[in-house]
Design a protein around this ligand. Structure first.
Ligand code: HEC
Length: 150
């Protein structure tokens, strides 16, 4: 056995190690996609209204202030679980009304609170947003975030 690492042995460790971990990386990537497609996302309830609601979300750049499942800006509350926070699982109609009232009453003007702009959304747009936020709240996130508050 050589007493020290030869150049060719070092090269083999490098290429072998790279190939080995690249294969593991590919496997984990495939597993993530498989898990998202089969376990965490409920494609059967992905209605056109949910897709339209996502469009409203994107068109108005809600993500510039809010996070959705942790992604986005940390200026305003997380909204991936706002549906649960507003008890939409128990009483979806009340949560829908709440969102309608919330969107209509911004900015609140309350001193000392961060303000959210008025977006002047149509009734249809707010309804679609409700569908989108309700659907998002059902994504299985392995109990993340740990608290339902903001
Ligand atoms: C300029 C920043 C900003 C943008 C853009 C923004 N928001 Fe907000 N939003 C806020 C702030 C700040 C609050 C918290 C206000 C408060 O508590 O008085 C808030 C609160 C909310 C809440 C209530 C959350 C809770 O748990 O009480 C909802 C729902 C909401 N926003 C929806 C939206 C939607 C939908 C959009 C896009 C159409 C949007 N926001 C875009 C700043 C923003």
């Amino acid at each position: 056995m050589a007493e020290r690492l030869t150049t060719s042995a070092a090269r083999n460790v490098f290429y072998g190690g790279s190939a080995f971990f690249f294969v593991i990386f590919l496997g984990l990537t495939a597993h993530s996609h498989w898990y998202m497609a089969t376990s965490s996302t409920d494609a059967s309830t992905l209605t056109p209204a949910v897709a339209r609601g996502k469009h409203v979300w994107e068109k108005n750049s809600c993500i510039n202030c809010h996070t959705l499942l942790g992604e986005g800006a940390y200026f305003a509350p997380e909204l991936g679980n706002v549906w649960i926070r507003w008890n939409g699982n128990e009483d979806p109609a009340a949560a829908r009304d709440m969102l309608k009232a919330w969107m209509a009453s911004q900015p609140s003007g309350t001193p000392g609170r961060r303000q959210m702009p008025q977006f002047n959304l149509s009734e249809q747009e707010v309804n679609d947003l409700s569908d989108f936020l309700e659907w998002t709240s059902r994504i299985k996130t392995q109990n993340w975030p740990p608290h339902t508050s903001g």
